[in-house]
Design a binder for this molecule. Structure first.
Ligand code: PLP
Length: 402
């Protein structure tokens, strides 16, 4: 995988920030977009724009085909059946859909929902809502040395556990969870198994059937695509579920007092969906497929190793995350300097990193910090980016240290 060639596909990377080369190290928040994705969105509006599913004229047929082809492409990418792919706005909406449409109907008083201390708020707050409403208990498996404590997880997985929801890869620690093993334990206990794949699908080969997840959520905007998300669900479970939102497109029949729902996945896609965004996501998947997900992962491993090694040169730095078996997300603190100050100083050198709680306040609490700085790499990141970043960290240390 030649990063210098990949970089040419990303128009934004020629931008200068404060007169400096743009060093974008915030891909865990959202990725940059290649020209093929930008063109797919543009092409949709320039040549095919119309609403889908509801008309028999040529333009509407084209739009419908583009949208449904994107669904097919995404399904193949994660080893799912086409009808098991539901387009939503983002991972957050996917998990809320599950909370309202599955958990609110299936979790009862006295039941437990088991998650981990390393979850993003998107994989906490929907379950808090369900547990409060139903008189159920939200249980957290602990982390130890930045990885999930499997002994603690097993202890907390009981007959009362009705749902297990775990991040595939942590957006703060970079830790990659063995979701296949966790899923097997969850199923043995009789629980439904949900995976938050927001930080995994963009970076590694994911096969939802191999993992045996009942549901798997991820965001297109973190994997080169536009602002659209995906919820995968096993067909036999989706078939039995009530819809989340009600309105146009999701029905077969409506009478004054009643309605018959459409088949999956359309039952869960009420109203006009994000058609141009789906077209862009289809192109994003094609771009990743052309690179090969094994190469994407290899590049990430090499660059992360290089970055971690170079960070050891920075005085007074604390890194939060495992040394290996991890994704390309690196969180750290520079002594007592607030991460917002670190980000502001780095911005002077054109370096974009994120500082704060990263929507993971229970994890911050477990780590004993209020906030961390986070650099995250992707396919277009290279060693030059890391070198500029390390130099800028040295400057921040000189300016802000003590
Ligand atoms: N889960 C994880 C692990 C994330 O990193 C994020 C976003 O950073 C989300 C969920 C939420 O994604 P979105 O904002 O696209 O809904």
């Amino acid at each position: 995988m030649k990063t210098e060639n990949i970089r040419k596909d990303f128009p934004i990377l020629i931008r200068k920030i404060n007169g400096k080369r743009l060093v974008y190290l915030d891909s865990a928040a959202t990725s940059q977009k290649p020209i093929s994705v930008i063109n797919a969105v543009k092409d949709f509006y320039e040549n095919h724009n119309s609403n889908i599913h509801r008309s028999v004229y040529k333009l509407a047929e084209e739009a419908t085909e583009i949208y449904e082809n994107a669904r097919r492409t995404v399904a193949e990418f994660i080893g799912a059946k086409t009808e098991e792919i539901i387009f939503v706005r983002n991972t957050t909406e996917a998990l809320n859909l599950l909370a309202y449409a599955w958990a609110m109907r299936n979790i009862q008083k006295g039941d437990e929902v088991l998650i981990t201390e390393m979850e993003h708020h998107s994989n906490i707050l929907p379950w808090q809502m369900v547990c409060k409403a139903k008189g159920a208990r939200l249980v957290y498996a602990n982390i130890r040395n930045f990885v999930l404590d499997m002994k603690d997880f097993k202890n907390k997985l009981t007959k009362r556990t009705k749902l297990v929801s775990v991040t595939h890869s942590s957006n703060v620690l970079g830790t990659i969870n063995d979701v296949k093993a966790i899923g097997r334990l969850a199923h043995d206990a009789g629980a439904v198994f949900v995976v938050d794949g927001a930080q995994a699908v963009p970076h590694m080969k994911v096969d939802v059937k191999d993992i045996d997840a009942d549901f798997y959520a991820f965001s297109g905007h973190k994997m080169l695509g536009p602002h659209i998300g995906v919820l995968y669900g096993k067909k036999h479970i989706l078939d039995k579920m009530e819809p989340f939102l009600r309105g146009g497109s999701m029905i077969k029949d409506v009478t004054q007092q009643d309605a018959v729902w459409n088949d999956v996945p359309w039952k869960f896609e009420a109203g006009t969906p994000m058609i141009a965004e789906a077209a862009g996501l289809g192109e994003a998947v094609k771009y990743l497929n052309a690179l090969g997900m094994d190469n994407v992962r290899k590049h990430e491993i090499q660059l992360t190793e290089y970055c971690l090694k170079r960070m050891k040169e920075v005085a007074g730095i604390d890194v939060y995350g495992p040394e290996s078996g991890r994704g390309g997300v690196i969180s750290f603190n520079l002594g007592k300097v607030h991460p917002h100050d670190v980000s502001a100083i780095l911005d002077n050198d054109g370096v974009c990193i994120r500082g704060g709680h990263h929507c993971a306040k229970p994890l911050m609490h477990a780590l004993g910090v209020d906030a961390v700085s986070r650099a995250s790499v992707y396919i277009y990141s290279d060693r030059d980016d890391i070198d500029v970043f390390i130099k800028a960290l040295g400057k921040a240390n000189e300016k802000l240290g003590d």
